[in-house]
Design a protein around this ligand. Structure first.
Ligand code: SF4
Length: 269
């Protein structure tokens, strides 16, 4: 496999987000194809749906608290839906009319679930969709925090999830994102007291701030950054095959991944 575009060995990414770090840990070659060779990584339906639902929630939660009703959410969803045909990621899904309606209903069901889990009129919003670009222990970090809210014991960081609640084996890994947000906010002198992963289809995973978990997440992020810099300097981005190869957008550029996908799921159609 050859790299399409080569950055100079001294190249460094401007920042490392939790999702970029996760891509590198999952498979350095996939990271290379996406961030160095800059091959298109089209969002799948689940990711486009997630973005759409996040936008509805963002607009809802930035309304004055007593106006955050289900009717207000409906109006926001309709207004955003009207703009969807212009969205490139949505266009790339090539949904027919029935599938597009199904997409809208899936999004709306998640919003209805949100109202069943939480009363948005009681959320004391500090910031929504806050971009954080800070250095944490020498690593340039970037992340977008869905919500910071005032709670009785301090400040809670919330990340909304449109996917399924993870198996308990993966919860710590999923929490590392919000621990990193807590570390990033601490760099801005905002002390977080709680973190929450809110799975809109099922419920939330809540934790009080845990200094050891934050340190562990920061140190893992630091390690990923070091490994990434070393991969860039040596121009070695090894492939890591696994069950996710089947959904990797770079199968056509990765013979080992294509073989792995075929071994697990049969010949590609
Ligand atoms: S197909 Fe698998 S091994 Fe190949 S780049 Fe994608 S994730 Fe990595």
């Amino acid at each position: 496999m050859t790299s399409v575009v080569s950055e100079s060995p001294s190249f460094r990414p401007r920042h490392l987000s939790p999702s970029s770090a996760s891509t590198f840990r999952q498979c350095p070659r996939r990271w290379q194809l996406r961030y160095i060779d800059k091959l298109p990584d089209p969002k799948g339906e689940a990711a486009v749906l997630g973005t759409f639902v996040h936008e509805i929630l963002e607009h809802l939660l930035t309304l004055q608290s007593d106006r955050r009703s289900i009717d207000a959410a409906k109006k926001i969803a309709r207004d955003l839906w009207d703009q969807m045909p212009d969205d490139e990621d949505f266009q790339a899904l090539c949904l027919n009319d029935d599938d597009a309606k199904g997409f809208m209903w899936k999004a709306w069901r998640l919003i209805e679930h949100y109202f069943a889990i939480e009363d948005p009129t009681r959320v004391d919003v500090l910031r929504a969709e806050q971009e954080l670009a800070v250095e944490i222990e020498g690593v340039p970090f970037f992340g977008i925090v869905d919500l910071t809210e005032q709670v009785s014991d301090g400040i809670r960081v919330v990340d909304y999830k449109t996917g399924k609640t993870p198996n308990s084996r993966f919860v710590d890994d999923k929490l590392s994102q919000v621990w990193l947000y807590a570390a990033a906010l601490a760099e801005q002198e905002v002390e977080v007291s709680e973190v929450r992963l809110m799975y809109l289809s099922s419920g939330s995973i809540d934790r009080s701030i845990d200094a050891r978990a934050v340190t562990k997440a920061v140190s893992s992020h630091r390690q990923t950054w070091d490994d990434l810099c070393q991969a860039i300097d040596t121009q070695k981005f090894p492939y890591k095959t696994g069950p996710l190869c089947n959904w990797c957008p770079y199968l056509d550029h990765c013979p080992e991944g294509a073989l792995e996908a075929e071994r697990r799921y049969g010949p590609r159609k």
